[in-house]
Design a protein around this ligand. Structure first.
Ligand code: FES
Length: 115
């Protein structure tokens, strides 16, 4: 359950939190007393996750506890910045295919382009 985002259990140990255009891979268990974070509440405006058991709240960028019972930080395994992390302006394109010389817009099937 999340108020502003979604939480998916991806394994016994990990949840994927999608919030405010970001994806955060974090421990599935709260560091306080192992509450199941797949049932947590997510605050997308402040990038926080709140454990459903005793309401410890953690910063999803750092894992630091911001309120609730004292405990270790939440383990954040990986973070993929989303559209909110991008600077304002037109979307960037990784490769301008129209400008690429013919035949050079794709890597060779063997992965040995130019060999
Ligand atoms: S188990 Fe998460 S706050 Fe207690």
């Amino acid at each position: 359950m999340g108020s502003d985002g979604t939480i998916r259990e991806v394994s016994e140990d990990l949840v994927l939190v999608e919030v405010a255009g970001r994806k955060v891979l974090a421990s599935a268990r709260c560091p306080h007393r192992q509450g199941k974070l797949k049932f947590a509440r997510v605050d997308g405006g402040r990038l926080r996750i709140t454990c459903p058991l005793h309401y410890s709240t953690f910063d999803l960028a750092t894992g630091e506890r911001t309120s609730g019972p004292a405990c270790d930080p939440l383990r954040i395994v990986d973070t993929l910045p989303g559209r909110q992390a991008a600077p304002p302006g037109p979307p960037a394109t990784p490769v301008d295919r129209a400008a690429a010389p013919s035949g050079q817009d794709r890597p060779a099937a063997t992965g040995r382009a130019g060999a």
